[in-house]
Design a protein around this ligand. Structure first.
Ligand code: NAP
Length: 289
C-alpha cells in the first residue's frame, strides 16, 4: 500500500474501502470483514450511511491492531453546530466501538458548519481524532474556511472521476495544503464508465480492468480513492493499482474525457440542496449521497 501524507503529517492509505449504500447491517459487516481480509486498511463510512455499527463490528472481529487501520466517518447536516457536532462525534465513536477516529469530516457544506468546525478543532486538539476535514466543499468554501480558523482541513472528499476531474479546484486545495480525496471513483458506473472505449483500450494495454485504470488515474494524479464493492474479486482488483503506471499519453486521453460538471451530486444546485434536506426529513422516500 502507498500512503499520502496529510497536512499534519498523518499518513492515509491511498486506497480505502467505501460502504455507502451497504445499509443492510449484516451485509455491511460481511463486506468490511472481507475487505480487511483482502488487505484494505482504510474504511470510509458516514452517519448518513447508517452502518457505523456494522463497520465497528467487522473491525472488532478482524483482529487487526487498531493503529494499522484508518477509519473515517462524517457528521451529517442535522449534526452541524458546535454542541451538536460534539455529541455526534461521541455517538459515532460509540457505534464504531472505537476510542479515537483517524479522520472526521463535515459531510456537506450546509447548515452551521462553522460551529461544527469549531467542535472539530476542539476534538482534534484534544487528540480524539487524528485529522479533520470536509466533504463536498467547493474550493471557494475551503478558502473561506481556511481564512477563519487555525486548523485548515486535512482533506476535502469530493466527486472526482474521469467524467468530473476538477483540476482547477484541486490546484487551489493543494495550494492550501488540503488533500483532495475521491468519492465515487467509478461514478457508480454512470455514463457507461465501465464500457468506455478509451478506458477499455488503456485497460487492455495493461492487462487490467477498466476499474483499475480509473483508480490508477486518480492515484497517479495524487488523489486517494475509496471504491465500494460487495464482491471479493472486485475488492482485490480495486486494491491492486500499484503494479502498473499509465503513460503520459494515457493520462492525456483520460483528461480528455472530462465533462466538467458533476455527474452524481451538485452541492451548488438548489434542487440538490433541497433533496438532501428532504432526505433528512423523510429518509424512506428519498435517497442521498
Ligand atoms: P463507486 O465506488 O464509484 O461505485 C460503486 C459501484 O461500482 C458498485 O455498484 C460496485 O458494485 C461497482 N464496482 C466496484 N468495483 C468494481 C469493479 N472492479 N468492476 C466493476 N464494478 C465495480 O460508488 P460509491 O460507493 O458511491 O462511492 C465510493 C465511496 O465513496 C462510498 O462507498 C462512500 O464511502 C464514498 N462516498 C462519499 C460521498 C460523500 O458525499 N462524501 C458520496 C458518495 C460516496 P458491487 O458492489 O456490486 O461490486
Amino acid at each position: 500500500m502507498e500512503y499520502i501524507t496529510l497536512n499534519n503529517g498523518v499518513q492515509m492509505p491511498k486506497v480505502g474501502f467505501g460502504v455507502f449504500q451497504v445499509d443492510d447491517l449484516a451485509a455491511c459487516e460481511k463486506a468490511v470483514a472481507e475487505a480487511i481480509d483482502v488487505g484494505y486498511r482504510h474504511i470510509d463510512t458516514a452517519v448518513s450511511y447508517r452502518n457505523e455499527e456494522a463497520v465497528g463490528a467487522a473491525i472488532a472481529k478482524s483482529g487487526v491492531p487498531r493503529d494499522e487501520l484508518f477509519v473515517t466517518t462524517k457528521a451529517y447536516i442535522h449534526q452541524m453546530g458546535y454542541e451538536k457536532t460534539l455529541a455526534a462525534f461521541d455517538e459515532s465513536l460509540e457505534k464504531l466501538g472505537l476510542d479515537y477516529l483517524d479522520l472526521y469530516l463535515v459531510h456537506m457544506p450546509f447548515g452551521d458548519y462553522y460551529g461544527a468546525w469549531r467542535a472539530m478543532e476542539e476534538l482534534y486538539c484534544a487528540g480524539r481524532v487524528r485529522a479533520i476535514g470536509v466533504s463536498n466543499f467547493g474550493a471557494d468554501r475551503i478558502v473561506d474556511l481556511a481564512r477563519n480558523f487555525e486548523v485548515v482541513p486535512a482533506v476535502d472528499q469530493l466527486e472526482l472521476h474521469p467524467f468530473y476531474q476538477r483540476e482547477d479546484e484541486i490546484s487551489v486545495l493543494s495550494g492550501l495544503g488540503v488533500a483532495p480525496e475521491c468519492w465515487a471513483p467509478f461514478a457508480e458506473g454512470l455514463n457507461g464508465m465501465f464500457d468506455n472505449p478509451v478506458l477499455a483500450a488503456i485497460a487492455s494495454a495493461h492487462s487490467v480492468s477498466v476499474a483499475q485504470v480509473v483508480l490508477r488515474w486518480n492515484v497517479q494524479r495524487g488523489v486517494p480513492v475509496i471504491p465500494k464493492s460487495v464482491h471479493r474479486e472486485r475488492m482485490e482488483q480495486n486494491l491492486d493499482v500499484f503494479g502498473f503506471e499509465l503513460t503520459a499519453d494515457e493520462m492525456a486521453a483520460i483528461a480528455a474525457l472530462d465533462l466538467g460538471r458533476p455527474q452524481m451530486f451538485d452541492p451548488r444546485d438548489p434542487a440538490e440542496v433541497a433533496r438532501v434536506y428532504d432526505y433528512m426529513e423523510n429518509p424512506v422516500l428519498t435517497t442521498l449521497q
